[in-house]
Design a protein around this ligand. Structure first.
Ligand SMILES: N[C@@H](CCC(=O)N[C@@H](CS)C(=O)NCC(=O)O)C(=O)O
Length: 175
């Protein structure tokens, strides 16, 4: 698998984007590239304050939440009614709830910065984790998660995951 990935991505990690003769790896670099080539999509908010805020919360996801990521691995094929949440992951969960609440209140929803942005893409895997591990959310945050999971692109991602033949046993291990 590593050999296959190396052919696609020099970092041996995903995601990796190829667009015409441009190759971009690393999530944030891809997001910035997409925002540049499709400016009309407003993937970064139009006003400078919103744009800075969007970059800050996206960067926070990009470089942080390590405990949450390892304790609650993204697994679109599974759901757990009662999963043992590793204590070390709990501050990350609370921080994400705060980020979402501040964004939804400041920009009025229904996405974090009003219309879909880079930040929603960065937090989409968290929405799947919160769903997989049945993390309790207040109604406004649950509605945001549901909206992201119902996004046609997310449905496409889930369908592709469900079609994966292999089970990854380590994804089922509780801390
Ligand atoms: N900072 C990188 C991290 C990339 C990364 O860790 N990708 C993970 C999936 S989210 C991966 O490719 N894992 C495969 C592996 O570790 O073998 C980015 O945001 O693009």
């Amino acid at each position: 698998m590593r050999q296959e990935l190396l052919l696609l991505s020099s970092s041996v990690l995903v995601p990796r984007l190829t667009h015409h003769n441009v190759t971009v790896w690393d999530t944030l670099a891809i997001a910035e590239y997409l925002a540049e080539i499709v400016p009309e999509a407003n993937l970064l908010p139009i006003d400078i304050r919103g744009r800075a805020h969007c970059r800050a919360v996206s960067g926070e996801m990009h470089s942080g939440f390590h405990n949450l990521r390892s304790a609650l691995p993204m697994n679109l094929k599974s759901t757990h009614e009662a999963f043992n949440i590793f204590t070390g992951a709990k501050p990350g969960i609370e921080r994400i709830k705060t980020i979402w609440t501040e964004c939804l209140e400041s920009y009025g929803g229904p996405y974090l910065f009003g219309t879909p942005s880079v930040a929603d893409a960065m937090y989409a895997p968290v929405c799947t984790r919160f769903h997989t591990y049945s993390i309790a959310l207040e109604p406004k945050l649950a509605a945001y998660c549901k909206r992201v999971l119902e996004w046609p692109l997310m449905q496409e991602w889930k369908a592709a995951a469900l079609a994966e033949p292999e089970e990854l046993l380590e994804l089922e291990v509780e801390f």
